[in-house]
Structure formats: structure tokens, C-alpha cells
Write a protein that binds this ligand. Structure first.
Ligand code: PLP
Length: 466
């Protein structure tokens, strides 16, 4: 209850809203948010100050209040998505948005965003139709599966499969595959929220087909055998895992389902395309007998955030009708991007997909690019040299596979200070620190970003010199 200014004379000292809004320290905030936006922030701060005074705190000055508004504005501005330059050498950097889209995908998103589109309507009859038909047909054809369904991401795909096919039933998983993918995706927890019961078999390092067979003998409710591709780590040494073909045969013999969470979802052979071995192809999983395969569309596939479920049409149809499918459905903008990305695959135009282009870029080309950066920097009196190093595919793909690369190397008094300054620039640049040197990878910076990168490096180095 407000006892008014009589009880607390300091309340009269709260700065007036328009005095706050006009404060010179808030020039940048006014330019960015417009006056009404700053008025809103000023009201918030004034209300905070009022509460604090009523709680016994002293009044703050106009300048102090303006500074609080400015801090609030900065927090707001920096929490917004912005373009960054990825010089980390991690191609699929989850915190930086994973796969950059192809030109075709960008254009498709723009078109879909600008106006209306044929999303869920049959053009001939004018009646309601299904969403995602093209992407699903393309995914079926690219993976050799009977049917496909697209959802919001791979976590949603796995959740939908488990909930739709094994709610209240048992799912058998190897202990070696009860992994955490990152960003809170832990196989046992997803299982729990789907309502399926986890049946663990084998040991951390060794699981045999017999372990799965025994689990089916011992648990009458076991309906699904699940295989998870532990993409972000690799077990070496005394390890054994059940073979995909054996699992498929066991499932068929016992009348059970065999499902695979593939993670990456490669649609082309990365060994032939980029000399990277070991990443399973979605098509191969289907061919070897997986009845359903789930994967991300923004990992090695190189598309937007989306999840794919491919496999037997009877199972896919059942999932399509599950009420959860509606909650997990893919939005029209990522769907437009996915369609365009898959169209490039269908056309065999892999070079159009930035992730594949980056992975396939020959080392000599990466090196030539980094030499060019070095030259431009030398012109601005910044000394840099190219170094051969290793990048990563990222996104839970090919954990142990080195990705040979060339980086621009800067030696500075404080690497930590330079990377902080680079992140504070516009656009921010994310680089890598290795042995107190700052590395800028020639593979992950996008083709049109050379000038921006060089400018950002010069600005950051000069900022530290002064
Ligand atoms: C990345 C990954 C996921 C999660 O996929 P999102 O598309 O990020 O939701 C699930 N399972 C595996 C094996 C993964 O690698």
C-alpha cells in the first residue's frame, strides 16, 4: 500500500520520465529504440527506484538513473540475434547457429516471409492439404525410405518417435549410447519425457546383440530397439557395439521396432565429397534395416533447424497423426529453406550448400585465402602469418576426425584481450585462442566476409594498442 510522498519525501526526487529520456547518455538508445522505446525503459527504472525508496533505500540522481536505463538498453540490444563472423574453425557451431543457408534457401525464405504461400492447401481442389509434402518426398527419395515427416528439430523427432510408438512401453538402449548431445539433450531424459521406459543393456564400453536379445526375453513391454549415434564423442580401445544389421534382424525376428537416432543425417558420402570418413549416411541406415531414422537438418545436411523422421510409411503415418506432431511441426520459414536445400541435393548441386562447400574446400584454397588476409593486414601494419592447424566439423559430427585447415595467426600481448575486443566489434568476430595466439580459420569465414574480417582485426588490434 502506497502511503504517498508524505511518508517518503525522497519519492519526489525520482527523476521525471522526460528528463530521463532526454538525457545525453541515452542518445544511442534513442537512436536504436526510438523515443517510445526509451520511455518504456525509463518507466521501468523509475518504478524500480520507487520500490527501492519505499523499501528504505536513498534516492538516486538523474545521472545514476540514466545510467541504469542505458545498462538496461545495452542488455536488451546485446540479447538480440546479430550476424557474427565465425573464424573458430568449427563448421557447425551450435552457439553460432550451425549451418549457414544456401543462396537458394535464403531466397526461398525471403519469398515465403514476404507474402502468403501454398503451405497446406491443394491448389487444384482448393481444399486443405498437408504441410511439407515436397520436403518429405525429397527426403524419401534421398534416403531411399518409404516415407518421411519433418518436425522442428531432431530432439522433437526423437521425442515424437518415442512418444508415438513407445509411450508406456519399454525401449532398449545400449549403456554406451546413453549420451548427452549438448544443450540439455540427454537420451535418458528425452526417453522419460516421452513416457517410454528405458531398458539399459550392456556396459559403457561393450554391448553385444545378445544383450538386446536377452532384454527382449526379460521385458515383456520392450517394443523398440533404439540405436543412438554418439556423434560428439568417440570410444576407443576395448569397445564393442551391436551391428546395425544384427539389430534389424533381431527386431524383425521378434516382431519389434528398430529405430535409429542418427544425429547428423548425411545425405552425401562425406568421404567421397570431402575426404572425411566415418559419418554414416541416412540412406545406409535405411538400407541396413532401420525401420525409422531421425536426424537433424542443420548439421552436416546443411539446411535450417529442422528434424527429419524417415522410414516405413506405416510408422511415419502413425506419427503424423499423433497429437504431438502438431505441437512439434516445422514453421513455414524453415520449411521454405529446407525445401530449397533439398532441391539442391536432388539437382546434385552440392557446391551450393555452404556447409558442404566449406568441408570440401581444398587446403591449398584455404591457404591462399589466409595469405590474402595476411597481405591486407600487412598493408595496415598488422603482422600475421598463416599456420596449418586443425578445425572441427562440429554439431556432433565426426568427433575424432581432424579437419585439416589453415588459419591466420596473430601474436599479441594478450590473446584473451584481443578476442574480447573482437567479440565487441560490429560485426562481432569469434576466433580461437591456441597457445596464447589468436587463430582465424580460413575455412569457416564465409566467402563474402573477407573485407569485414580484415577490417575487424585491424580495429581490434588498434583498440588494444591505444
Ligand atoms: C544433435 C543431435 C540431437 C539433437 O538434434 P537437434 O536437431 O539439435 O534437436 C539428437 N540426437 C543426436 C544423436 C544428435 O547428434
Amino acid at each position: 500500500m502506497d502511503t504517498g510522498a508524505d511518508a517518503k519525501p525522497e519519492l519526489r526526487l525520482i527523476p521525471k520520465i522526460d528528463a530521463l529520456v532526454r538525457h545525453p547518455e541515452l542518445k544511442e538508445a534513442r537512436a536504436a529504440l526510438g523515443e517510445p522505446g526509451v520511455v518504456e525503459l525509463a518507466r521501468l527504472i523509475a518504478a524500480d527506484v520507487r520500490r527501492e525508496i519505499l523499501a528504505g533505500a536513498p534516492a538516486s540522481s538523474l545521472d545514476a538513473c540514466a545510467e541504469r536505463v542505458r545498462q538496461h538498453y545495452l542488455a536488451l540490444a546485446t540479447s538480440r540475434m546479430r550476424r557474427v563472423i565465425n573464424a573458430t574453425g568449427v563448421v557447425l557451431h551450435t552457439n553460432l547457429g550451425r549451418a549457414p543457408l544456401s543462396q537458394e534457401a535464403v531466397e526461398a525464405v525471403t519469398l515465403a516471409a514476404r507474402g502468403y504461400e501454398v503451405l497446406e492447401v491443394d491448389v487444384e481442389s482448393g481444399k486443405r492439404g498437408g504441410r511439407g509434402g515436397f520436403a518429405e518426398r525429397a527426403l524419401s527419395s534421398l534416403t531411399g525410405a518409404e516415407a518421411a515427416l519433418v518436425v522442428n528439430n531432431n530432439a522433437a523427432a526423437v521425442l515424437l518417435v518415442l512418444a508415438g510408438l513407445a509411450r508406456g512401453r519399454g525401449v532398449v538402449v545400449s549403456r554406451g549410447e546413453l549420451v548427452e548431445i549438448g544443450g540439455g539433450f540427454r537420451v535418458p531424459e528425452v526417453m522419460q519425457s516421452s513416457g517410454a521406459r528405458l531398458i539399459e543393456v550392456g556396459t559403457t564400453n561393450r554391448t553385444r546383440i545378445g544383450d538386446f536379445a536377452r532384454a527382449l526375453d526379460e521385458h515383456a513391454d520392450a517394443d523398440v530397439l533404439l540405436r543412438v549415434h554418439p556423434g560428439n564423442f568417440k570410444q576407443i580401445g576395448f569397445v564393442e557395439a551391436a551391428d546395425r544389421r544384427e539389430l534389424a534382424r533381431l527386431a524383425v525376428d521378434r516382431g519389434k521396432l528398430f529405430v535409429e537416432d542418427l544425429g547428423g543425417g548425411a545425405l552425401v558420402d562425406l568421404e567421397a565429397h570431402a575426404g572425411l570418413s566415418g559419418e554414416p549416411l541416412a540412406r545406409e541406415c535405411i538400407r541396413q534395416g532401420a525401420m525409422l531414422v531421425c536426424f537433424s537438418c542443420d548439421k552436416v545436411l546443411g539446411g535450417p533447424q529442422a528434424g527429419a523422421i524417415v522410414g516405413r510409411s506405416s510408422l511415419v503415418d502413425k506419427l503424423r497423426k499423433d497429437p504431438l506432431a502438431r505441437a512439434l511441426r516445422l514453421g513455414p520459414l524453415p520449411l521454405a529453406a529446407l525445401e530449397a536445400t533439398l532441391a539442391s541435393y536432388l539437382a546434385g548441386d552440392f557446391g551450393a550448400i555452404p556447409v558442404l562447400a566449406m568441408l570440401a574446400m581444398p587446403l591449398a584454397e584455404v591457404e591462399a585465402r589466409v595469405m590474402r588476409w595476411c597481405e591486407l593486414l600487412r598493408g595496415a601494419d598488422v603482422d600475421a602469418v598463416p599456420v596449418h592447424t586443425e578445425g572441427r566439423v562440429g554439431g556432433g559430427t565426426l568427433a575424432e576426425e581432424p579437419l585439416p585447415t589453415v588459419a591466420l595467426c596473430l601474436e599479441v600481448p594478450s590473446a584473451a584481450e584481443l578476442v574480447r575486443s573482437l567479440r565487441a566489434g560490429e560485426p562481432p568476430v569469434f576466433a580461437r585462442v591456441h597457445e596464447e595466439r589468436v587463430l582465424f580459420d580460413g575455412r569457416t569465414v564465409l566467402p563474402h566476409e573477407d573485407d569485414d574480417l580484415v577490417r575487424a582485426i585491424i580495429a581490434a588490434v588498434r583498440a588494444l594498442r591505444t
